[in-house]
Design a protein around this ligand. Structure first.
Ligand code: SIN
Length: 537
């Protein structure tokens, strides 16, 4: 007998933890984190969580804003689920101890891009994700049926007779551990590391999407990667996120001459949809000289009535380490890969196209964000669809119950860490892949460049696969093979969508085309890209 649990949850961010709390009522749960439990995109989410706590009219407006930001591609039943389930899920979170910022006892709300009113709750100023993660982890640790396992990643899914029945996990000492489960949830988050410029932490390598692709599941909307407009742009410094809430509190975007320029790009100025602001920054930076872009800045020096250090303590502390202050300096910014709208295709209850396999949160593609996610809808997505997926997993799977116990059974040697030569070659492949994706599948795309990029991605994927055949690569090798796999799906989907919509902008097809309205790309490794309308199959 191998190690068995009722439910296996891969990923310990907001979606995985929220799912685990429902699953634990019905069976044993193993939650697997690739590094220490808190290390996920959730932890770094600053600005907040968008939620309509003010009744039906408020919910209807939240829906309208989500649809508008998504640029004609939001699958509206998914957006309805998001905004309608949202208030209940946030109430529940507060009952579990999440502390959102309040003034005179009332929840404080801020505004971000493309929101028609302030509805974004925040915690400790700009540490919303960290606080939500803390509350969910504390609640999960109280459950004796939830086991949290750190420093492991899934190497592959186990598929028997077309059904996913668990996964082989790789630990950091090179051992593999087979875990059988009645249902497996992918909650592995995003894939920002596929790009050379990203706000995402090192763990965000698209593992869940790669696992699903390898097992034969459908992925969808892979051409839609969101670029956050304002990551810190200092040479040699990571692309630290500068929350959209800064603009919600009055930050302006200015060029090197100090001119505010957003009026030339969108009537909502700095609070236009995220894809519009990101492209405007790039265009403005290249407006005088295409080959020698000027620096663009966030400028809060004219903001009055807000104590910026108190309102944004995390951002202020990071900037101070680099000699910058929100109140006194212009802050250099540029866009960076931030959030994946595409992912493993699911229904509204997290069911993928493989039985026994579910997905929720950033790894999933429900169609809820369409072509461009509304700011701060991602934490809400994790809560709402984490809970929905868990309910489906319970409903679909015959259950056993009891405590998680027994020892891991190690299966075989597993991967050991790569030798030095292989490590260097793997790192080199990943660097080339990341630069290629940024160059060819970044904010501004064009057919010939994408075709060259797709060829390069395929060549790198081939190099990695042949290395895998003869050498072992530990976590780094596993991640690299997965990233190349995801990148191939992204490249094929981006080439197939011959229009511009939301985050996918092609200079060779610069406008939206009616034939692509409400049409999603779906990709499998066996078939390639096909087009479909969600809800009609
Ligand atoms: C931010 O604080 O700007 C990020 C929030 C989000 O990704 O929606």
């Amino acid at each position: 007998m191998k190690r068995a649990v009722d439910f296996l949850v891969l990923g310990a961010g907001i979606a995985g933890l929220r799912a685990a709390l429902t699953l634990a009522k019905s069976g044993t749960v193993m939650v697997v984190a690739k590094e220490a439990g808190q290390e996920s995109n959730t932890h770094y989410a600053q600005g907040g969580i968008a939620v309509a706590m003010g009744g039906d009219e408020d919910v209807a407006l939240h829906l309208e804003d989500t649809l508008m930001a998504g640029d004609g591609l939001v699958f509206s039943p998914a957006a309805v689920a998001l905004v309608e389930d949202g208030p209940l899920r946030v109430d529940e979170l507060m009952e579990w101890g999440a502390r959102f910022d309040r003034e005179d006892g009332e929840l404080m709300r801020t505004r971000e891009g493309a929101h028609s009113l302030p509805r974004i709750l925040h915690a400790f100023g700009d540490a919303t994700g960290a606080e939500i993660g803390r509350a969910l982890r504390a609640e999960a640790l109280r459950h004796e049926r939830i086991e949290m396992v750190e420093w492991r990643m899934a190497r592959s899914l186990m598929v028997r007779d077309g059904r996913v029945v668990g996964a082989d996990l790789l630990d950091h000492d090179g051992g593999t551990h087979r875990v059988l489960a009645r249902a497996t949830l992918l909650a592995t988050g995003g894939a920002g590391q596929i790009y050379s410029e990203t706000t995402n932490p090192a763990v965000a390598t698209g593992d869940g999407i790669a696992l699903a692709l390898e097992a034969g599941a459908e992925v969808a909307d892979m051409e839609f990667y969101q670029f956050h407009p304002t990551a810190l742009n200092l040479p040699g410094v990571p692309r630290f996120l500068l929350s959209e809430a800064l603009r919600g509190e009055g930050a302006e975007l200015v060029n090197e001459a100090g001119e505010r320029f957003m009026e030339r790009y969108h009537p909502m100025l700095e609070l236009a949809p995220r894809d519009v602001v990101a492209r405007a920054i790039v265009r403005e930076s290249r407006s005088a000289d295409e080959t020698n872009p000027q620096t663009i800045y966030l400028d809060m020096r004219r903001v009055r009535g807000v104590n910026l250090r108190e309102r944004f303590p995390g951002i202020s502390a990071f900037l101070a380490r680099h000699g910058l202050s929100l109140a006194e300096d212009r802050i250099p910014v540029s866009p960076a890969a931030h959030y994946f709208m595409g992912g493993v295709r699911t229904d509204l209850h997290g069911r993928t196209t493989l039985s026994g396999l579910y997905a929720a949160g950033e790894v999933a593609a429900t169609g809820v964000h369409g072509a461009n996610r509304l700011a701060s809808n991602s934490l809400l997505e994790g809560l709402v669809f984490g809970a929905r997926a868990a309910e489906a997993m319970v409903a679909d799977a015959p259950l056993c119950s009891g405590k998680v116990d027994g020892k891991d059974e190690s299966v075989g040697q597993g991967f050991v860490e790569a030798n030095d030569g292989a490590s260097v070659r793997i790192a080199d492949c990943v660097e080339r892949l990341r630069r290629c994706m940024w160059r060819s599948f970044g904010l501004l795309r064009e057919g010939a460049g994408m075709r060259r990029g797709a060829d390069e991605v395929a060549a790198i994927a081939g190099e990695l696969e042949s290395m895998r055949a003869v050498e072992t690569g530990g976590r780094a090798g596993n991640e690299a093979v997965g990233m190349a796999r995801v990148a191939r799906a992204m490249a094929a989907s981006a080439l197939a969508r011959e229009e511009s919509r939301g985050a996918h902008f092609r200079s060779d097809f610069p406008t939206k085309r009616v034939e692509f309205a409400r049409v999603h790309t779906v990709f499998t490794e066996s078939v390639g890209v096909r087009f479909t309308s969600f809800g009609e199959e």
